[in-house]
Ligand binder design. Sequence first.
Ligand SMILES: [Fe+2]
Length: 457
Amino acid sequence: MIEPLARARQLVTAQMQKVQLRMLPELLVGPGSLYDVQDVLRDQDIRCVMIVTTEGFVKRGVVPSFTQDLLSHGITSAVFSEVTPDPDVECVEKAAAFYRSRGCEGIVAIGGGSVMDCAKIAGALAVKPNKRALDLVGTMKVRTSLPYLVAVPTTAGTGSEVTAAAVLTDPERQRKYAVSDIALIPDVAVLDPNLLLGLSPEMTAYTGMDALTHAVEAYTNRYGSREARVYARRAVEIVFKDLKASYDDGRDASLRENMLIASYYAGIAFTNNMVGYVHALAHGIGGRYHVQHGLANAVLLPVVLEEFGVAAEPRLARLGEAIGLGGASDHELAAGFIAAIRELAASMGIPETIPEIRAEDIPELAAGAEAEGNPAYPVPVVWSQADFERVLRRVLAEEAQEEATAGEPQSAAIEPATAAEAAAERAPSNRKVKVAAAGAVAAASAAMMIAKAKKRR
Ligand SMILES: [Fe+2]
């Protein structure tokens, strides 16, 4: 697509998406808030719900105590625990059939991104019985209210509890597709940190980096709303303050709660301002090699930002300032911010390459990313397939990289990477102070949201 045409389309879409900022779910926040769900269900006169979760989560013992609590308040439940990672067509259609067969009146999704995706698409199919799951792929294909949907995340990363999107895997084409419709925004989001206390450090890192990617892509995209950028910036501040600490001490409920809030903010930001090419690439890599989504994002994020070059620098510089970096120019601040992303990822054992990628798959992966990203994502620079291929070669495992780049000219991204290293050396001196201030912002806004949620109840 010719760039001016793509930009015009993105501008119109961005205006339409602003309405979503007025459609946020009701929020329940704090330890034990899962057990307030019966309150909102009774308000809606719902007497039977489908609980969508995974077998693994059922084994942790929360689901039986939750269903017992619902029953003691007169609400019966039917547990669908067959959600698979990256739910495919078969999985979501099975969940929809389960919902209909049990006479449910609402859905409570308890889990990570895969559970939320499954619950949303199953809910859409429940009200669209004549449609197949793949019919819903794309934008505004649902256009009917879903059953009452309560989203309870057990990871802090997808932000799916507030977004208008769900991801569906098509095993035949080995690709993930987005189903986007404002009807998919859940009615209630429950941020209960107790549910995350058993999450492994590895998953804490991957999902936290997914939240960071949502926030950074939403912040650097063009045309989006300023309000959504405020949420994105706060999410970035919280991630830099609390993700590593949460990775180190997964039993700290207040850190878990802060990361849930960061993920929620990032979700608001990207459901309005969209994601970008990091996600376009990660969806193809996830679909083909089953690389964990947040891990793929974490590796790709600094590379994609470097490849955007000067066009992304002003916004990246503001994010650098938000996490307390200093610099004499936007170029230095942006490079410092990219270096800080690398530093954060490395501190949690995240590598800089994706060894699963095979050099011979690169043209197809790049073509898929281009098809997903253009014109859908209002990124700072519109790329061609060759640009996507260059990024993919940069994240190949070292040996494959040598083979793939033999005889090719060096990438233009070498200079910013060097600048990033230089800025990283200067960064620690003033980062500490600003991060503490960011924490206060996060705590204040969290308190505000809790107060709001209590008022609603
Ligand atoms: Fe994501």
